[in-house]
Design a protein around this ligand. Structure first.
Ligand SMILES: CCCCC/C=C\C/C=C\C/C=C\C/C=C\CCCC(=O)SCCNC(=O)CCNC(=O)[C@H](O)C(C)(C)COP(=O)(O)OP(=O)(O)OC[C@H]1O[C@@H](n2cnc3c(N)ncnc32)[C@H](O)[C@@H]1OP(=O)(O)O
Length: 204
């Protein structure tokens, strides 16, 4: 894909070992029930469903709905970038540290119609200090379908306080969702309802 060197790990950058608690071969479930990317409680979200492959890579599916259109009958490019961001974020979630997207690069290779299902695979390609490098590819309508979107990203590790300091209305009161969901019941990564939950998850 076309990409800047900001999302390419420096030569010799180590790929981390999977976290010992990282789930393998199981559905991840949502990390947050109201997440636009993966939350089952979000009415028009992407409802991405993902499986950890080996603790460092994730397979996810996203079916484009009516609410995701840009041009008539076609997925909005920003929505597709969000789907890639979400699937990439699920990989750093497996590393059991809080990260945010610093940079996201996207190549749109094919138009993606409403009703299409994207089969997304993402992978961590290196970690240097607070920076995690990741790549993603989305194939149309089958795991071995044509490539529709490619992405690369730099995620930056942040303290749990990042979410406490910057999140509005997520301190566990009315704005907080119950994490519930497949994340906790499916033996997967486990959902969070608040920044405090996130802290407990990272430092149990
Ligand atoms: C309260 C409720 C909590 C609920 C939370 C639930 C879950 C959340 C937790 C985990 C997520 C789980 C699953 C994933 C799900 C979804 C995926 C979507 C993820 C997102 O959608 S997340 C939202 C969008 N995201 C942001 O909202 C970030 C806004 N932003 C910032 O918060 C700062 O900007 C930050 C922190 C990025 C950096 O700030 P900073 O001050 O900490 O660090 P600094 O600037 O020193 O950068 C350190 C090193 O990164 C390099 N670096 C930084 N930025 C770069 C860039 N853009 N390009 C190239 N390199 C960059 C520097 O060059 C330096 O590199 P070097 O060390 O080599 O000098």
């Amino acid at each position: 894909m076309n990409r800047s060197n900001l999302t390419v790990p420096p030569e010799g950058a180590p790929v981390p070992a999977p976290h010992p608690d990282a789930p393998v071969g199981v559905p991840l479930g949502p990390h947050y029930a109201r997440c636009f990317g993966c939350g089952p409680d979000h009415p028009t979200g992407l409802h991405l469903e993902a499986v950890s492959e080996d603790g460092l890579g994730v397979s996810a599916t996203f079916t484009v709905g009516d609410v995701h259109q840009g041009a008539p009958g076609l997925a909005h490019g920003g929505v597709l970038a969000t789907a890639m961001d979400e699937a990439l974020g699920m990989v750093v979630w497996l590393l059991r540290k809080p990260y945010v997207t610093g940079r996201l690069e996207t190549d749109y290779v094919l138009p993606v119609p409403v009703g299409a299902t994207l089969y997304i695979r993402t992978r961590c390609t290196g970690v240097v200090g607070r920076k995690a490098y990741l790549e993603a590819e989305a194939r149309m309508d089958a795991v071995d379908g044509p490539v529709a979107v490619r992405a690369a990203a730099l995620f930056v590790e942040v303290p749990v306080a990042h979410f406490e300091r910057h999140g509005a209305g997520t301190s566990g009161g009315d704005g907080a969702a119950t994490s519930g969901g497949a994340g906790t019941s499916g033996g997967g990564a486990g959902g969070v309802a608040s920044a405090a939950d996130l802290g407990r998850r990272v430092n149990p």
